[in-house]
Ligand binder design. Sequence first.
Ligand SMILES: *[C@@H]1O[C@H](CO)[C@@H](O)[C@H](O)[C@H]1NC(C)=O
Ligand SMILES: [Cu+2]
Length: 157
Amino acid sequence: MVALIIAVAVAAAVYVPAEASAKQYVVGDERGWTNNFDYATWAEGKTFFVGDSLVFNYPAGKHNVFKVNGTDFQDCAKPLAAAPPLTSGSDEIPLKTAGKKWYICGVSGHCASGQKLVITVSEGSAPPAGYSSSGVAMVNIGFAALVLVGTLGMLFF
Ligand SMILES: *[C@@H]1O[C@H](CO)[C@@H](O)[C@H](O)[C@H]1NC(C)=O
Ligand SMILES: [Cu+2]
């Protein structure tokens, strides 16, 4: 009986959806988007994938979000002819492409005091090559067989 429970638990653990779902990252977590916060440390250890999104939360009017390039990020310079900043106070930015992404606050002095975020977005967390839906079917069949064997086992032993 214990063996059955273990077998079923293992089968259930194996049977998880293969595709990780898109994540929504609240930049700065409960601190939100603010100055005097270390966003490098916040981003450390996080792996961003295409399809994920960032949410910048702040009191509207106090801050804003400019998407910039690496040079402007280093210099804390607002982009010259780029798109206007996001200003809603709850700005969601979908991560549509892989690569480095840079964001700064355009309010005077804020970027210099740390209100800047750089992340690296990785290609989608798609199933690895060679994986196919038949793999899921096999696991399903295996799981059903386990349940059947387990049920028979309980009847006969
Ligand atoms: C970054 O953008 C600025 C304009 O805001 C531009 O002058 C500069 O050449 C760009 N740098 C790179 C590396 O693309
Ligand atoms: Cu700011």
